[in-house]
Design a protein around this ligand. Structure first.
Ligand code: ADP
Ligand code: MG
Length: 326
């Protein structure tokens, strides 16, 4: 028997590397059965989402395995946050090319362990296969919300104020720097590699936000999804969009310089709508979660469309609103 678990077969891999990530959670049945068993709780909705990262599309093989693992969990956690739900468990599907060996997998599992602890969720199962294609990593995540109270995209109201968490556009600039060979000491590279899924803020906004989405494709694209789902328009003030000092240094001072930040993806911030009478609750939720929020506009204008206004009140809406795979 070789010392390389990847060579020893998937059962050893599961027992050595993945069973410890269940944290002894009864629902996982030790990863020894055909499936996990999740008891249902009265009055609670289970919120489920899945996201896949493919080498060369969503990450670069030069990134370290633990960072890739943590980003994989975090992009999934961001979807749970966007529903105002609390994470509870995940499943992990791995399609491994033959050059992925023991050292890579051990490091990958250590990244998962670190973020599982940080965000309080356990691994309950998954699937492991070989692939002739690139490394593909998929997580299915489960969260919980009081029945009927997960925050949707379709329920924004006309006149609602639009808010975003954190700062916008750092990750897009960070990815460009990473591709140009910058290291992970760079703040913008870090913002790309390890997004901060706004899980505490998301659940604190339940009952306050009328609609919410996470910013994965670009702020304008994801706000556009809220507009389409709610059949409302949105007007965003370019000068109000929160931009980090590092991003400000990288772009110019004009309103139009911000447009690139509004259309680059991977921020994993939250964009949400709030009736004017509930803005106090937003600030309370922000303090409680320790996550800054900024008002950037309001729900009005042409249904299904996002309009960006410059400081002089003119329309500076860009043609492309975000990243598209197809
Ligand atoms: P099957 O042959 O039915 O596909 P597997 O041998 O793939 O079953 O899985 C056996 C157990 O190991 C199951 O509980 C499954 O959820 C778990 N498992 C397999 N791969 C992974 C993985 N990558 N992460 C976590 N659990 C896994
Ligand atoms: Mg299987």
């Amino acid at each position: 028997m070789t010392s390389d678990p990847a060579q020893r077969g998937e059962f050893d891999l599961i027992a050595k590397l993945f069973a410890p990530l269940t944290g002894g959670d009864d629902r996982a049945l030790g990863l020894l059965d055909d499936a996990a068993v999740i008891p249902q709780k009265a009055g609670i909705d289970t919120v489920v989402s899945t996201d896949t990262l493919v080498a060369g599309v969503h990450f670069l093989m030069i990134e370290s395995a633990d960072v890739i693992a943590r980003r994989l969990l975090r992009v999934n956690l961001s979807d749970i946050a966007a529903m105002g739900a609390t994470p509870s468990a995940y499943f992990l599907n791995l399609s491994l090319p033959s050059d992925i060996g023991n050292d890579w997998l051990v490091k990958f599992a250590s990244g998962l362990a670190a973020d599982q602890q940080k965000f309080s969720l356990n691994l309950l199962g998954g699937d492991t296969t070989r692939t002739p294609g690139p490394l593909a990593l998929s997580v299915t995540i489960f969260g919980e919300a009081p029945a009927g109270h997960a925050v949707r995209r379709s329920t924004a109201q006309v006149g609602d104020r639009i808010f975003v968490s954190g700062t916008i556009g750092d990750a897009g600039l960070g990815l460009a720097r990473l591709q140009d060979g910058a290291g992970d000491a760079d703040h913008l590279v870090q913002r790309y590699q390890l997004p901060d899924p706004r899980v505490s803020l998301g659940s604190a906004l339940r009952g306050t936000a009328t609609a919410m989405a996470d910013v994965s494709d670009g702020l304008l694209a994801d706000l556009g999804h809220i507009c389409e789902a709610s059949s409302l328009g949105a007007i965003v003030e370019a000068s109000a969009v929160p931009v980090s000092d590092a991003a400000r240094l990288a772009i110019g001072p004009e309103d139009t310089d911000v447009l690139g930040l509004l259309t680059s993806g991977d921020d994993y911030e939250l964009v949400f709508t709030v009736p004017p009478g509930r803005i106090d609750h937003v600030h309370k939720a922000s303090v409680q979660a320790g996550t800054p929020v900024t008002e950037i506009g309001r729900m009005e204008g042409v249904p299904g469309e996002v309009t960006v206004k410059g400081s002089d009140g003119g329309d500076i809406t860009p043609e492309k609103t975000g990243y598209r795979h197809f």
